[in-house]
Design a protein around this ligand. Structure first.
Ligand code: NAD
Length: 481
């Protein structure tokens, strides 16, 4: 692999005004390359380029069906390079190679899904009587700034970029400083399909420097941020200063409620994917299981079995779909997660299995199950962002909902039961943007996703997301006679 990677501004590959950052392989801790770091001046150049393209009308005025075709072609380009991209993603992020391939496919799917809808962003006519003709149309905001986290660098960028381009916006992406390498594929895809220079700009930089400069730039018309709550607050504050809208996709502490009539054998699969996929570094991870007391012991036993069944090690050695897990993104994130487990143990939690870093180089943490958790403990309220499942018992339905709703977050939730009425009631009572019934992560790119409470606002995915990228104009025409 190349030693040094550059930023992509106005169609050119350039060094960064803020120097470079080392990029490490989480599986070994070794630095394997460096990436240019953008300064505020680089951000300004990127926004200026994106603004120029926006004002030129090159994208905005294109027939939507043609624009949509370009967006779809970008997805095809990613798929055509799936193996290369996946290998790089595993190297920078730590996930098993097969998970990286799923991420590339998932990223491509966003371009397919949104590209296909470009011509469906229709306005309406508003009846005002015989003397008028009135209609609405949806126009792109202009320059969309997209600030990306490290856990799914490809899918998170693809999600916002594809919808923004589909609706005719130009884009400046601030890629994550720990996993910046694969984001350049979006620049390559934009070049490949022939988007005008400056339409898509990809730059890596530190959050407090390039990120803050982008969020506060007066030339930005809309912001999409995916990341932590404190950063979300900083970005919303910057957006407010410039009076531009933003979408915040923040963290979660999402809970599955498992009733006494649930199929616990099937639920093992939900544990496997819900908390151990991407080593638990998923904003919508199933980090809490709230189980009826009559099934508690059985559930804990089954969860421990799932955790112990996973082989943990370097993602590059794990090419095949299967019972395995890779490194966490960094030693720092791993130590934070294992520190939270230790702190929980000191407060009376029982480590059923896992909880320790692996005795080898790399950011590995054993798949962990914690029992004896009460809703007031820090481990039950704060996001671990690692492979750590907390199990809490409940006595009746009302208590289950109360525990599920007892955190500041509200991203997703789950209900596991064979009683449809009970599931429907619970779905209505859970304070979360998405509720899964009998399958964690049910849904797809087609289903709207976003938070209640401190999990953020605005929706990504689904038709709903398209409306984040357009503003409505009303045209009222006075007719003669
Ligand atoms: P983070 O908030 O530290 O960083 C996210 C991005 O923001 C990075 O690109 C970073 O450089 C940038 N940033 C940091 N400070 C900034 C500032 N002051 N101004 C502008 N930009 C700044 O989050 P992270 O640690 O990279 O990601 C983990 C968090 O993201 C978790 O809390 C997780 O739940 C959340 N997340 C949410 C979703 C979702 O869709 N809801 C998806 C993935 C991750």
């Amino acid at each position: 692999m190349q030693d040094i990677w550059q930023n992509y501004i106005d169609g050119a590959w350039v060094d960064g005004g803020a120097g470079r950052i080392d990029v490490s392989d989480p599986a070994t801790g070794e630095v394997f390359c460096a990436h240019a770091l953008a300064s505020a001046a680089d951000v300004d150049a990127a926004v200026t380029a994106a603004r120029r393209v926006h004002l030129s009308g090159a994208l905005r005025d294109m027939r939507p069906i043609a624009r949509g075709r370009l967006v779809q072609d970008m997805g095809r380009f990613l798929l055509a390079h799936k193996d290369e991209i996946a290998a790089e993603l595993t190297r920078e992020q730590g996930k098993p190679l097969w998970e990286a391939e799923i991420e590339v496919e998932g990223a491509a799917l966003y371009f397919e899904y949104y590209g296909n809808q470009a011509s469906t962003v229709e306005g309406r006519s508003v009846p005002l009587g015989a003397g008028y003709f009135d209609f609405t149309e949806h126009e792109p905001f202009g320059v969309s700034a997209q600030i990306i986290p490290w856990n799914y660098p490809l899918e998170m960028t693809a999600r916002s970029l594809s919808a923004a381009l589909t609706t005719g916006n130009t884009v400046v992406i601030k890629s994550p400083e720990m996993t910046p390498i694969t984001n350049r594929w979006f620049a390559l895809a934009a070049e490949h399909v022939g988007l005008p220079k400056g339409t898509v700009n990809v730059l890596c930089g530190m959050g407090h420097e390039a990120g803050a400069a982008l969020a506060g730039h007066a030339g930005v018309n809309q912001i999409v941020f995916t990341g932590s709550v404190p950063t979300g607050v900083a970005i919303a504050t910057a957006a407010a200063q410039n009076v531009v809208p933003c979408v915040l996709e923040l963290g979660g502490k999402s809970a599955a409620i498992v009733h006494d009539d649930a199929d616990l054998e099937a639920f093992e699969n939900d544990i496997r994917w819900g908390i151990y996929f991407n080593a638990g570094q998923v904003c919508s991870a199933m980090s809490r299981v709230i189980v009826h007391e009559s099934r508690h012991d059985e559930l804990v036993e089954r969860a421990a079995k799932v955790a112990k069944s996973l082989s943990v090690g370097p993602g590059a050695d794990r090419p095949e779909f299967g019972a395995n897990m890779g490194a966490m993104v960094s030693q720092g994130q791993r130590d934070r997660a294992s520190g939270m487990v230790q702190a929980a143990e000191a407060k009376g939690a029982r480590i059923v299995t896992g909880g320790r870093p692996l005795n080898r180089p790399g950011a590995f943490l054993e798949p962990t199950v914690l029992d004896g958790i009460t809703p007031d403990m820090a481990i039950a309220r704060n996001e671990v962002f690692g492979p750590v499942l907390s199990v809490l018992p409940f006595r009746d339905d009302a208590e289950a909902i109360e525990i599920a709703n007892s955190t500041e977050y509200g991203l997703v939730g789950g209900v596991f039961t064979s009683d449809l009425d009970r599931a429907t009631q619970a779905a209505r009572q859970l304070r979360a943007g998405q509720v899964f019934v009998n399958e964690w992560y049910a849904g797809g790119v087609e289903t709207p996703f976003g938070g209640y409470g401190k999990s953020g606002y605005g929706r990504e995915k689904g038709r709903e997301a398209l409306w984040n990228y357009v503003q409505t104009k009303n045209v009222a025409i006075r007719l003669k006679g």
